[in-house]
Design a protein around this ligand. Structure first.
Ligand SMILES: Cc1cc2nc3c(=O)[nH]c(=O)nc-3n(C[C@H](O)[C@H](O)[C@H](O)COP(=O)(O)OP(=O)(O)OC[C@H]3O[C@@H](n4cnc5c(N)ncnc54)[C@H](O)[C@@H]3O)c2cc1C
Length: 455
């Protein structure tokens, strides 16, 4: 194999940056990394997913900035693989291609009424308040008094909190301006979170759950009956992990609180699943069923619907039951799991045959779980396999090199944003935020970003 080792990474989220950092760690020019993203802006869900009122989480981008400063690193923003350059074309220019494209799609509920206006996926809603260019025109209808969020993970809690928190608390954040304006005019006074199972099965973590109870002028409502544990669950709690035990304590505390009569409420409703989204031309309500829990052979509990149903009036329904990856032409994909087929990051065909020189990391490799740091270990595992293949002589020299790639990019992606150009967008956003004490005012239009990057 000729030196340097040339690697393309597709997707500039945490997994992409951790993979790049690991590949470039020797700093001796033995590896070159070209990192592509379909957006002009890097950092994936750190920019477009993490809640705007959690700015400390975003400090992790300082680590990615250090990676970008390493010799051998090149950033190509505003270049979409599959649209501007095909995976097959990319492969011709590199020894290896590593896909870290994340999991941008929402899992669907598969119930009637799901496609009515007013029924949205959390990914879209989160993208909207975070200024992701794809969702800036989402315009969710916040004119009803009640919203329902389906799901019991941190993303569901983020959505509920963004709808429930007084907008004044968001004015100092980088919430997209269009979302700030819409949330200021919102009529939503109650957000109902539907959790399919019980307090021991919540997928959220302690700080996010606690945060709900700390929102100014908002009552958190939990039905006392829902936190009364049966014998099986009491036994389960004894051996449960720390997070679960604390989660149960927190919801038990919520159930014991006397509502203050605040003008806003978040209702955490356990043992409840939506069975139909109701409405003529748009969402008017949700029919839900009460579940009972049945223990599986492995000791876990599944929800089983009972005969008890109820209708909740609502003008907005957000489904937050998991994210799925999107397939790329020519890259083996497992539709059911929503991930690129792989073994430890080496991409494989359905029959397990390794696709030489193609790798994956992050959410599209292992599914949408874990925190930002989980992607570091995940990316390192993949890079370990890639290096082993390079050392074993399994990576063929690409027929084309950097000069041919530049020519292809000039032709297909004339509005490509390099890292210096992103730096100008970044500086513009940060400067725009300064007068109001905000970390930044996000640009949400790609043409505008390109314009600013050239100024
Ligand atoms: C709403 C939400 C809130 C979260 N909050 C937290 C939190 O507070 N703390 C925490 O630790 N974790 C949080 N997470 C989890 C964390 O964001 C993920 O673990 C992490 O972002 C996954 O990294 P990734 O690189 O696999 O994917 P992503 O971050 O999604 O990055 C994928 C990148 O690939 C790009 N891309 C996609 N397709 C293409 C293509 N065809 N061509 C080129 N580029 C492409 C995308 O534009 C994107 O930049 C949150 C997740 C969500 C959804």
């Amino acid at each position: 194999m000729s030196a340097p080792l040339r690697v393309a990474i597709v997707g500039a989220g945490p997994a992409g940056f951790y993979a790049a950092g690991d590949l470039l760690k020797a700093g001796d020019g033995s590896v070159e990394v070209d990192l592509f993203d379909r957006l002009p802006t890097p950092y994936g869900l750190v920019r477009a997913g993490v809640a705007p009122d959690h700015p400390n989480i975003k400090v992790v981008t300082k680590v990615y900035e250090k990676t970008a400063a390493k010799p051998g690193f090149r950033y190509h923003g505003n270049v979409e693989i599959g649209r501007d350059i095909t995976p097959a074309e990319l492969r011709e220019h590199f020894h290896a291609v590593l896909y870290t494209v994340g999991a941008p799609n929402d899992r669907k509920l598969g119930i009637p009424g799901e496609d009515l206006p007013g029924s949205l996926g959390a990914a879209d809603f989160v993208g909207w308040y975070n200024g992701h260019p794809d969702f800036r025109d989402l315009d969710p209808d916040l004119s009803g008094e009640r919203a329902v969020v389906v799901g019991a993970g941190n993303v569901a809690l983020d959505c509920a909190r963004m709808l429930g928190v007084p907008v004044a608390e968001l004015q100092s954040t980088d919430t997209a301006d269009h979302a700030l304006a819409a949330l200021a005019a919102s009529s939503i006074r109650e957000v109902v979170i539907l959790a399919r199972r019980g307090p021991l099965q919540g997928a959220y973590t302690n700080p996010e759950l606690l945060e709900l109870g700390e929102i100014e002028g908002l009552d958190v409502i939990v039905d006392a009956d829902d936190v009364r544990l049966d014998d099986a669950h009491r036994a389960l709690l004894e051996t449960a992990d720390k997070t679960t035990r604390r989660n149960v304590e927190i919801v038990t505390d919520y159930a014991g609180r006397v509502p203050t009569g605040a003008s806003r409420r978040i209702v955490l409703k356990f043992f409840s699943s939506p069975v139909e989204i109701l409405g003529e031309d748009r969402v008017e309500g949700v029919r839900i069923v009460r579940n009972e829990l049945v223990q599986n052979e492995d000791g876990s509990f599944s929800a089983r619907p009972t005969e008890v149903t109820e209708t909740i009036e609502a003008g907005l329904v957000l489904r937050s039951i998991g994210y799925l990856g999107a397939p790329l032409d020519g890259v083996p994909f497992d539709e059911r799991r929503g991930t690129i087929r792989n073994v430890d990051g080496r991409v494989t065909e359905e029959d397990g045959t390794v696709v030489p020189g193609v790798y994956t990391a992050g959410w599209v490799k292992r599914g949408p779980s874990g925190v930002i740091g989980t992607n570091k270990k995940c990316a390192q595992e993949t890079v370990r396999e890639l290096r082993a293949d390079a050392e074993a002589g399994l990576l063929a020299d690409p027929p084309k090199g950097a000069a041919e790639l530049d020519a292809l990019l000039a032709e297909r992606a004339p509005d490509r944003i390099d890292y210096a150009a992103w730096g100008r967008i970044d500086a513009h956003e940060v400067a725009a935020g300064e007068p109001a004490g905000r970390p930044r005012v996000k640009l949400v239009d790609i043409d505008e970003m390109v314009g600013v990057s050239r100024s």
